[in-house]
Design a binder for this molecule. Structure first.
Ligand code: FUL
Ligand code: CA
Length: 491
């Protein structure tokens, strides 16, 4: 009898210990995002502004020989551009402070080829400042793109130019407040004006720029909040195309591959075929940025038209909806404003986003999970619909393929289902399925793979059902899911 009591006590003790243990948060899985990357994920959609003398030449790549006097916007209005972007649901702007033509939009000390030599504000202007202030005034993030390739500089190709380039970054990093991104394109070398030489210059882009020391000693020190973008990271990787589309499966984790004949991976030599998808269990958290111009080109050309709101919505689903980011190119016209057509397209796109995601049909539903971590309400399903990314539904460590039944009380019509992982604990889910109740049973209507920061499932046609079931079908670890949503696309 005594023995039995001891045994019973031991069993209940171990059950209790298991319960208590289960209440500690799940262990993180794999590579994790930094604080700066979490802020970048929250931005979701942002803009990339190209506006230099190249706009006035009606070109995509200025040769570096345009007279600074051509840069004469008659009606420049940073706020008009910022407000149009904001109406489109964009949460940040990256300004091309210097493109390949080498013309600096701020009064830099590093080169004469800058805005002070143009008629803009009688040579007293600083366009980086005007954009920065307008962006901050309207609660938008702000970042810069400073092209490493400089077709104006006589020094381009020599070590002297690297000092100039780093000094330019230093000016941009110290005079315009905290930046969300430091954007570095991969177009490098070729022909150009080069101080009048008008020749072709080739550089070895794996060694010439010394990115490691630039980013370690300048960017990280002067702008710890800036997400470094290049073809292979460090914080955000290029998706590998300029179509604005991530892989249907998108792993935020990535291991840059060394190019043939090299033993380290360096920017300018990205393993492009893998970029849209990334690597499951990649070494670094390095989500993809999907960049695409609103019009056909990155610069304004009068004969081109902006994409329609429907097309923008589709790109949103294929970038943000796959856990990546959408960087939309905005091209001010020669007045220095966004064209009315662009403004209208952004506005309707923004309204469509807003209306579509205004009502989450899962919000007032009863959500039952097949497992909740330690039966603890701290990890309960209410966390899935509180609009807070920091709260999440979690399962016990060994419960890797749970399901959720979302009962909306009465039949509802929807065509969008969204999921979001608590990515502070890594990207965990590998596959999932969605079913709807049909009669006494379930009908599978979708299967998917990665989730990450966000997964938007767009059904081919609207479905009417009272109950939706989400099954996690593959995961190496238990769940940590922060949000779930059911919506109807607004037309
Ligand atoms: C590329 C550049 O060559 C294009 O001109 C544009 O700036 C695009 C965003 O990045 O690398
Ligand atoms: Ca939540």
């Amino acid at each position: 009898m005594k023995k039995l009591v001891v045994l019973f006590a031991l069993i209940s003790y171990s059950l209790l210990a298991q319960r208590l243990l289960a209440q500690v948060p799940p262990k993180p899985y794999g590579a994790l995002p930094s604080e700066r990357q979490l802020t970048w994920h929250d931005m979701e959609v942002y803009g990339l502004i190209h506006f230099t003398p190249t706009t006035y030449e009606d070109k995509e790549w200025g040769y570096g020989d345009a007279d600074p006097k051509v840069f004469n916007p008659t009606d420049f209005d940073a706020e008009q551009i910022v407000l149009a972007a904001k109406a489109g649901g964009l949460r940040g702007l990256v300004l091309v402070a210097k493109h390949h033509d080498g013309f600096a939009l701020w009064p830099t000390k590093t080169t004469d080829y800058n805005i002070s030599k143009s008629p803009f504000r009688n040579g007293k202007g600083d366009m980086v400042r005007e954009f920065e202030q307008a962006a901050r005034k309207h609660g938008m993030q702000f970042g810069v793109y400073c092209s490493p390739w400089d077709r104006n500089s006589a020094a381009y190709g020599s070590p002297e130019y690297i000092k100039i380039y780093r000094d330019q970054l230093k000016e941009l990093y110290t005079n315009y407040g905290p930046l969300i991104m430091s954007w570095h394109d991969g177009a490098n070398g070729g022909d150009g004006y080069y101080g009048g030489a008008r020749e072709k210059r080739s550089i070895d882009n794996t060694t010439y720029y010394g990115w490691d020391s630039t980013w370690t000693n300048l960017t990280r020190k002067l702008q710890p909040t800036a997400n470094i973008f290049s073809d292979i990271g460090w914080d955000v990787r290029w998706v590998g195309n300029e179509k604005g589309i991530a892989g249907e499966t998108h792993w935020a984790t990535f291991t840059p591959q060394p190019p043939a004949g090299k033993n380290v991976a360096v920017p300018g030599q990205a393993n492009y075929p893998d970029s849209p998808i990334g690597h499951r269990d990649g070494k670094y958290w390095m989500p993809a940025e999907c960049d695409v111009p609103l019009r056909k080109g990155w610069f304004y050309h009068p004969n081109e038209k902006p994409r329609s709101p429907e097309e923008l919505f589709d790109l949103y689903l294929k970038s943000v909806g796959r856990g990546a980011g959408l960087d939309l190119g905005l091209a001010p016209d020669t007045r220095g404003k966004l064209h009315e057509d662009d403004v209208a397209s952004l506005k309707t796109f923004g309204e469509k986003l807003q209306k579509t995601f205004a009502t989450n049909l899962a919000q007032s539903a009863f959500i039952r999970a097949s497992n909740v971590r330690g039966f603890n309400s701290r990890y309960g399903t209410k966390n899935l619909v509180d609009g807070n990314k920091n709260t999440y539904w979690a399962t016990d460590d060994d419960y890797k393929t749970p399901d959720l039944v979302i009962d909306m009380n009465q039949p509802k019509t929807f065509d969008i289902i969204t999921l979001g992982e608590h990515i502070k604990l890594g990207q965990r889910i590998e596959a999932f399925a969605v079913d709807v109740q049909e009669g006494d049973g379930w009908k599978e209507i979708h299967t998917g793979t990665s989730v990450g920061a966000k997964r938007i499932v767009k059904l081919p046609a609207p479905v009417t059902a009272q109950k939706v079931r989400i099954r996690i079908t593959k995961s190496p670890v238990g769940m940590a899911m922060s949000e779930v949503g059911i919506y109807k696309e607004a037309m």
